[in-house]
Design a binder for this molecule. Structure first.
Ligand SMILES: C[S@@+](CC[C@H](N)C(=O)[O-])C[C@H]1O[C@@H](n2cnc3c(N)ncnc32)[C@H](O)[C@@H]1O
Length: 203
């Protein structure tokens, strides 16, 4: 799918994502758990509507990127509501760059499913994170359950076309192959959802 078509798909979904911010959902508990100790200078890629902002009250600065203007409009509102120092960037995470060792904490939630080249993005997340910093991931992908995996493979093309999202990525395989170490991991929902606490590996 062309990038501009992918942007349009996410623009269309922005209102629905924003509505979800105010609802109690399963992923809220996971986000709470993932961000328990988050502080310092934070980079969040593919920020969407700012769903994670309520957990950033200990941040010194927040840099947030998304290629959907509609998503960022809602993210701006969420930053104001939470009274946070957020700098929003409209741009493609796969094309942009930040200096090496820039951020104390680099965050990606539910975004690795969208990129044509998730390997490149993971490598960039590691580069942008300070050596002693942390990379926090909440991602979904291929189930550890064979039956559910079969179903995911069946519906993947349809979901990709409608929502811009790959259902069946091997998230753990991708992160293990990336220049980072998984320090802690939890897996939920038949192994489709992963909470990962990682540190960059700059060697
Ligand atoms: C499934 S939503 C997740 C939003 C948010 N991270 C969350 O946890 O709710 C995926 C987000 O990634 C953004 N996105 C996808 N590919 C991107 C890219 N290459 N560059 C920047 N943003 C991207 C979309 O616009 C959308 O906001």
């Amino acid at each position: 799918m062309k990038k501009e078509d992918q942007v349009k798909l996410f623009d269309k979904q922005a209102k629905r994502y924003a509505k979800r911010n105010s609802q109690h959902s399963f992923d809220k508990t996971l986000r709470e758990q993932l961000f328990q100790h988050i502080s310092g200078d934070i980079l969040e890629v593919s920020v969407g509507t700012g769903t994670n902002f309520p957990y950033y009250h200990q941040a010194d600065s927040i840099t947030a990127v998304d290629f959907s203007e509609r998503m960022l409009e809602y993210a701006k509102l969420a930053a104001e509501e939470n009274d946070l120092p957020v700098e929003l960037h409209l741009g493609d995470v796969e094309q942009m760059d930040f200096p090496r060792n820039q951020f104390d904490c680099v965050v990606s939630t539910l975004s690795l499913c969208s990129y044509p080249n998730p390997e490149h993005v993971l490598s960039q997340l590691s580069k942008w994170c300070k050596e002693e910093g942390s990379i926090l991931l909440l991602e979904h992908g291929m189930s550890s359950n064979a039956l559910y995996r079969w179903l995911q493979n069946r519906v993947n093309t349809f979901v990709k076309k409608r929502g811009g999202c790959h259902m069946n990525r091997d998230i753990i395989g991708l992160v293990e192959a990336a220049p980072m170490t998984i320090d802690d991991a939890e897996h939920r929902k038949l192994g489709t959802v992963h909470l990962l606490w990682c540190t960059p590996n700059h060697k």
